[in-house]
Every structure is written in C-alpha cells, then in structure tokens.
Design a protein around this ligand. Structure first.
Ligand code: A2P
Length: 315
C-alpha cells in the first residue's frame, strides 16, 4: 500500500475505490469486497445517488470487524446545488447520515459551478447561480467551518483549474489538501500537476480507465478506448499484467492518487494489485507521448446557452 501525506499530516491511500456509476444494488457489495481485499480508501459523492447503500455496507463492515473506522479513508463531495452558505453544512450532514459516519476524511467542492437549490442537474440557464452570486470563497468558508466542527478531517476541491486554485489559495484560511480531476494518459495535465506539487496539493485522478460505463448522453461517438490503447497493451504484456493495472500504476509513478471504479470482485482486486506493477522510465516516457488533452468528462453540460459558465477547466 502507498500513502500520500497531506499538509495536515493525514495519510491518503493512493488507490481508492471509485463509486461514480456504481449501481444501487451493487455498490454495497463492491465496498465490502474492496475492504476485504485491502482497499482503505472509498471515494463517494452525494450526486452519485448511492451513499445510503454505501453507508449500510460500511456499517456492516465495522460491525463484522472487517476494518476499523480510523483505518478507512472516506471522501465525499458537496453537490453544486448546495454552495450557498446556509446549505453547505446541511448537505454535509445529509451525506454523513447516509454514510452512517460521524466524520469524513475528506470533503470536496465537487465543481466550481453552482445551481439553485433543488436542481439536481441543470436543464435551463435559470437553473444556475453564477460565481458572482455565490463566490467559491463563501462556500469554502463553510467547508472550513465543517472542518472546525470536526465533521471533516480534510477539505479540498474537484475540477478546479490553476486559476481557480490560485484565487482560493489567496483567500482561504485553510488551504485545500486535494484537487480531484480527470487524469489519465490522454489527459496528463502536467501544468496542473506541477502547480499542485508546488503548493502541496495532492491530485487525485478520476476516470483513470476512461469511464466506459458513462451514460450514452455523456459520451461522444468517436471516443478513444484507453483500455485498448496499443502502447498500454504493449506495456501490460511486458509486465504480465492487465491494461487497467498499467493505467492505475501510471498514477503511482507520478505521485497522484487514483480511484478506479468497479463493482466486479475480480476487477476490484485486480485494480488494487496495481500496487505491485512498477513502470520503468521507458514505460513512463512512452506513455508521456500519448497525451492529447482529451477529456471524457468535458463539462459541456454546464455550458448551455445562457449559462454563466464557460471554459470551466481553463478559467
Ligand atoms: P466494472 O465496474 O464492470 O468492473 P473509470 O474508473 O475510469 O470510471 O472506469 C470504470 C469502468 O471500467 C467500468 O465500466 C468498469 O467496469 C471498468 N473496469 C474497472 N476495472 C477494470 C479492469 N480492471 N479491467 C477492465 N475494465 C475495468
């Protein structure tokens, strides 16, 4: 197992179980299976719609003595419809209730995008609140308050650009520990990684395997398939491992955390065993050439006509 030490000295296990797109009815078993084979980091979010089932599974895992609460790292995320200052702590409390926990190890602002109360996913321009109406720093102050109250041990962000991180670093009392972003060989984000390294912010990569199980309306017709990439397959053959393990191990070689999603017991185990795959310098430089700044999660769903949000990854 590999850990990254945050600024507050807490230790984040490098590989976590992703739960985005993990179906109700399956996610609970996936979490139990993951804990059994040695995962100590579970990545959740209110918007994934499965935290109550994960809470049941965690409760069972603790009751059965599979793991102690203090040995498990649980992350969750504040959804975009709860950025207003009176909504942050209640949203966090709902997540804690669903997960049946007294505290989270890490709570992230899911996106630098705000919706009106009650909007799950925006359908029209009026569903949004602009960042002038609800500045990130206002939301962040409430994240800091949650930390002060002991509801969360660490706080951070997700989908934040360098510019947004810079703004936050100037105004924050408590600096973000983590930025969770899409990260894989087709989207290597070197500048963001360098910025985060220089500011002791750990990057966590989502969609490390290309998130092939996204719903059809989130996919483009001509998407590249990371798991079938020739370079990745070649490297997998060299190490006698799977392409997924190469993709996961690549994160460890760059000092980023990674949260592959699976609800399949065999693949859950396989993904954790990526700890045993050590890429060579040659492998890493071959993978470096694959970078094409390609995003699977392109954020266009926040950029409909009349929306106050544009180029959220750059601005
Ligand atoms: P499944 O849940 O059936 O295992 P991402 O983590 O990038 O969002 O990708 C998740 C997708 O990758 C899911 O479709 C998941 O399917 C699949 N997946 C997870 N682990 C592996 C693996 N080791 N090999 C191939 N596909 C995998």
């Amino acid at each position: 197992m590999k850990f990254y030490t945050l600024k507050n000295d807490r230790k984040l296990p490098a590989i976590g179980l992703g739960t985005w797109k993990s179906d109700p009815g399956k996610v609970g078993e996936a979490v139990i299976e993951a804990i059994k084979v040695g995962y100590r980091h579970i990545d959740c979010a209110a918007v994934y719609g499965n935290e109550a089932e994960i809470g049941e599974a965690l409760n069972k895992a603790f009751a059965d003595g599979l793991v102690k609460r203090e040995d498990l790292w649980i992350t969750s995320k504040l959804w975009n419809n709860a950025h207003e200052k009176d909504k942050v702590i209640p949203a966090l409390q709902k997540t804690l209730n669903d997960l049946q926990l007294d505290y989270l190890d890490l709570y992230l602002i899911h996106w630098p995008v705000a919706f009106k109360e009650g909007v799950g996913f925006p359908e029209k321009a009026e569903d949004f609140l602009s960042l002038e109406e609800v500045p990130i720093i206002e939301t962040w102050k409430k994240m800091e308050e949650a930390h002060e109250k002991g509801m969360v041990k660490s706080i951070g962000v997700s989908n934040f650009s360098i510019e947004k991180l810079k703004d936050l670093l100037v105004d924050a009392n408590l600096q973000p520990e983590v930025n969770q972003v899409e990260l894989h060989p087709l989207l290597q984000q070197e500048e963001l990684l360098e910025f985060c390294d220089n500011n002791s912010i750990i990057l966590t990569g989502y969609s490390p395997l290309g998130s092939g199980d996204r719903s059809q309306d989130m996919k483009k017709d001509d998407e590249p398939n990371l798991l079938e990439n020739e370079t990745i397959i070649e490297i997998a053959k060299e190490h006698d491992c799977s392409p997924a393990q190469v993709l996961i191990s690549w994160h460890l070689s760059r000092g980023t955390a990674v949260i592959p999603k699976s609800t399949n017991p065999k693949r859950i185990k396989e993904n954790l065993e990526s700890y045993d795959v050590e890429l060579t310098e040659k492998n890493v430089s071959a993978i470096r050439k694959l970078n094409e700044h390609y995003r699977y999660v392109d954020g266009k769903f926040f950029e409909m006509e009349g929306s106050p949000y544009h180029n959220i990854y750059d601005e």
